[in-house]
Design a protein around this ligand. Structure first.
Ligand SMILES: [Zn+2]
Length: 492
């Protein structure tokens, strides 16, 4: 079948089944928050880069034990996100394609940021929130211009264009709060900025900006600039740029070879500062918080520091949840872009005692890690790595607050975008033009708006749905199946 016919059939049936599911939910009284109609004023989305189910369990066993619960797990809604990219070569996603699916609701190829598979810029949920008058923020302990945050606020064909991404933040998507690492892309070569070039812990780090002095540009545009924890604490403006490291806010090396996870500002502190600034906006806010160490340390098969990174993420989630408890119009989501390392959590006893059931771990970088203590017990476990790369496993999603009910189930990662948009704007999201200097063609943003609009999950309607709508939906559903079968057979 040719691609456009297939896409038409798929999106038509997807929209119909979403409509029918939504109507069924509304008809059954729904799981929506009382009084809110599933509508949120604010969204805080946490992304644990590389955080699959096993990573969440690893963090849980090591931190709160078998019977405890992490903040990120103690949430009323849970689902599972499928992560494959739309890539001609790669089966397994990277963070750029994964981030773009979550931020813009389209599948794209690995390395692509904020553009679809045909390289058209696609509006992001952050840009739509901005055009609706909300404040927005990007917080990460990776480079602030790394693939995940970039997917929310930039449009480039190659994730490595980090200075271009920074410039697009300042001049196009304009998030009010930008906190994390990656100072090297904000200063041109030869101008070290606040964090010295070629530091002892990583001599390869030095300024490599391609767009001039972007810190000065940011200050001209009204951003208050912080370079360390003290300056961040002292900052009082509601436009805030903080760059706390040359690259990532940690050193990802193999165990015993200089690996350090000790960010100079904790993720939870950056999250709190961002919420304090953004929540002053009476129109509400959207905040993306990424923890990057889970992925980077999993690439190094370093379970000890995956645990440390996971604890930082969980503390940041706790901050988001406390805010949401005081402002229940807030949807909080904890998601991931993909899994990294395909780790297994194994009993120490099994390894030693049962030759009939050997484990498969080999030598070298991806052998076992540990043993680690199971918190609050006298048991221990080891971590056994399969790969030093990303995998195609589904990743868990948990949520609380209005619209969180739409994240129950098993779905493509693009649905996380649809659920955020639905929670914030119902069936009529504000249009936002995705203007990417690097890739935009004259018609690109119009095309992008149209295609993003077509992916919109219909309004869940609330509890007062007329019977005739249900009947109509049923009729349309039957028709949709017929039409799609015909298209599939006809082109097959
Ligand atoms: Zn990775």
């Amino acid at each position: 079948m040719h691609v456009s016919g297939m896409l038409r059939a798929v999106s038509f049936t997807a929209v119909l089944s979403a409509l029918i599911a939504a109507l069924a939910l509304a008809g059954a009284g729904g799981a929506q928050e009382a009084g809110s109609g599933g509508r949120a004023q604010n969204v805080i989305i946490f992304i644990g880069d590389g955080m699959g189910t096993s990573q969440r369990d690893l963090i849980r066993y090591a931190t709160v034990g078998s019977e405890g619960q992490l903040a990120m797990d103690a949430m009323p809604y849970a689902g599972r996100s499928q992560t494959s990219p739309l890539d001609p070569e790669y089966f397994v996603t990277d963070s750029a394609a994964g981030g773009t699916a979550i931020a813009s609701g389209v599948k794209t190829f690995n390395g692509a940021v904020g553009i679809d598979a045909e390289k058209n810029p696609v509006p992001t949920v952050l840009e739509r929130a901005e055009s609706a008058g909300k404040s927005t923020g990007l917080v990460t302990n990776s480079q602030v211009t790394d693939a995940t945050p970039a997917s929310f606020g930039a449009h480039v064909e190659n994730r490595d264009l980090q200075s271009k991404i920074a410039l697009q933040y300042l001049e196009e998507s304009r998030p009010e709060v930008i906190l994390g690492g990656g100072e090297d892309y904000w200063y041109p070569e030869g101008d070290p900025g606040a964090h010295p070039d070629e530091p002892e812990e990583d001599p390869e780090e030095k300024s490599a900006g391609t767009e001039g002095n972007l810190v000065r540009r940011a200050e001209d545009l009204g951003y208050e600039y912080a370079t360390d924890a003290a300056e961040l604490r002292a900052a009082s403006g509601n436009k805030l740029l903080g760059l706390f490291a040359n690259e990532e806010m940690f050193q990802q090396n193999p165990e015993g070879e200089g690996a350090v996870y000790d960010p100079q500002v904790d993720l939870s502190e950056m999250t709190q500062k961002a919420i304090d600034a953004l929540s002053e906006d009476p129109e509400g806010f959207l905040l993306m918080v990424e923890e990057e160490g889970i992925d980077e340390m999993a690439h190094q098969s370093n379970a000890e520091l995956v645990i440390e990174a996971g604890r930082q993420l969980d503390a940041a989630v706790e901050v988001g949840k406390s805010y949401a408890e005081g402002d229940p119009e807030t949807l909080v989501i904890v998601a991931a872009d993909h899994e990294t390392g395909s780790l297994a959590i194994e009993d120490t006893n099994e390894l030693q005692s049962d030759p009939d059931y050997p484990n498969e771990s080999g030598e070298g970088r991806t052998s076992e890690d540990g043993p680690f203590d199971v918190a609050n017990s006298d048991k221990r476990f080891v971590v056994d790595w399969t790969t030093a790369n990303h995998t195609a496993e589904d990743v868990p999603v948990t949520a609380m607050g209005p619209g969180g009910e739409n994240l129950v189930g098993v779905y493509e990662n693009t649905h996380i975008h649809d659920a955020m948009l639905e929670a914030l704007f119902g069936s009529s999201p504000p249009s936002a033009s995705a203007t990417a200097s690097a890739t935009a063609s004259a018609t690109a943003s119009a095309t992008a708006s149209a295609s993003a609009g077509a992916q919109q999950v219909p309004d869940t309607g609330g509890p007062s749905v007329a019977a005739w709508i249900v009947a109509l939906a049923a009729a349309l559903g039957g028709m949709g199946l017929l039409v799609s079968r015909r298209v599939l057979r006809g082109d097959g």
